[in-house]
Write a protein that binds this ligand. Structure first.
Ligand code: SF4
Length: 225
C-alpha cells in the first residue's frame, strides 16, 4: 500500500525540480506524495562519468572551463550535501531543499559558485530545463539549515560530451567538448516557483498522466489483460 500520509515538511531534491518536475507533474507528485517512483536504470556509464568529472575538476582553476571571466577561483570540493531551511507557504505543505551539488568554487573575493556537470551535449535552451536545480543549491547556501551562510556569486552548468576517440598505447582515450553556461538567480522568482511546487504537493488531487508517456501507456494497455 502506498504511504499517503502527509508529512509536515517535505524534503525536495534539487535534481527533481528539473527533468522530473518539467516532464511529468504526475510522476513528481507520485514520488513525493506516495513514494512511488518510476522504475529506471541507475548507475552504469553515467555514474562513472560523474565520478570522473568530479575527480578531474576538483582543485582545478575555473579558467579550465569558464572563458572570458575576470573572476579567479578554484573548485574546493565536490559531491557534498547541502540542506536549506524550511520554506513555508501559508496554508500549504512546508518543504526544504536537500541535495548533493557536484562542485563548489571558492572565488578570490570570498564568494562561492556552484557547478553542475552534465554528461550531455549542450543545445540552446537546455539551461531552462536545469536552472531550478542550480537555483535550489544557491537558495540552500544562502539559507542553510545548519552551518554558515555562503555568498554565491555564480551558478552554472558544465556540459561535457564525447567528440573523439584516439589510440593511446594499449587503450583508447576520449576527448570531450565542454560548454559552460551560467544561470541567473532571482530569489523572488525562485520562491514563486517553489510555492507552485508546494501548491501541487498540497493538492489532494493526483495530476493526470502526461500525454503520450510510454510508461503510463504500457500500464493502461496491459492492466486489463
Ligand atoms: S505519464 Fe509517464 S512520467 Fe507521468 S506518471 Fe505516468 S509514467 Fe510517470
Amino acid at each position: 500500500m502506498p504511504n499517503n500520509q502527509t508529512p509536515s515538511s517535505i524534503k525536495i531534491s534539487p535534481s527533481d525540480l528539473t527533468y522530473l518536475y518539467h516532464s511529468c507533474k504526475r510522476c513528481f507528485y507520485l514520488k513525493y506524495k506516495y513514494k512511488i517512483s518510476q522504475p529506471g536504470f541507475s548507475g552504469g556509464i553515467n555514474s562513472t562519468l560523474d565520478s570522473l568529472f568530479k575527480n578531474y575538476f576538483n582543485h582545478k582553476s575555473i579558467s579550465t572551463f569558464i572563458k572570458n571571466t575576470t573572476q579567479q577561483g578554484i573548485i574546493i570540493e565536490t559531491g557534498r550535501t547541502i540542506s536549506s531551511k524550511t520554506i513555508s507557504h501559508p496554508g500549504k505543505m512546508d518543504c526544504y531543499l536537500e541535495g548533493k551539488y557536484d562542485a563548489l568554487i571558492e572565488f578570490d573575493d570570498q564568494t562561492y559558485g556552484v557547478v553542475d556537470f552534465k554528461a550531455s551535449k549542450y543545445s540552446q535552451g537546455k539551461e531552462e530545463t536545469y536552472k531550478r536545480q542550480l537555483q535550489a543549491y544557491q537558495y540552500a547556501f544562502l539559507h542553510p539549515q545548519n552551518g554558515q551562510q555562503r555568498q554565491i556569486s555564480k551558478i552554472g552548468l558544465l556540459f561535457l560530451y564525447p567528440n573523439n576517440l584516439q589510440d593511446s598505447q594499449n587503450s583508447l582515450s576520449m576527448s570531450l567538448t565542454q560548454h559552460w553556461i551560467e544561470i541567473l538567480y532571482d530569489e523572488n522568482d525562485f520562491l514563486t516557483f517553489i510555492h507552485e511546487v508546494q501548491d501541487l504537493l498540497s493538492s489532494p488531487k493526483t495530476p493526470p498522466p502526461t500525454k503520450d508517456c510510454p510508461y503510463c501507456k504500457f500500464v493502461s494497455e496491459t492492466s486489463n489483460l
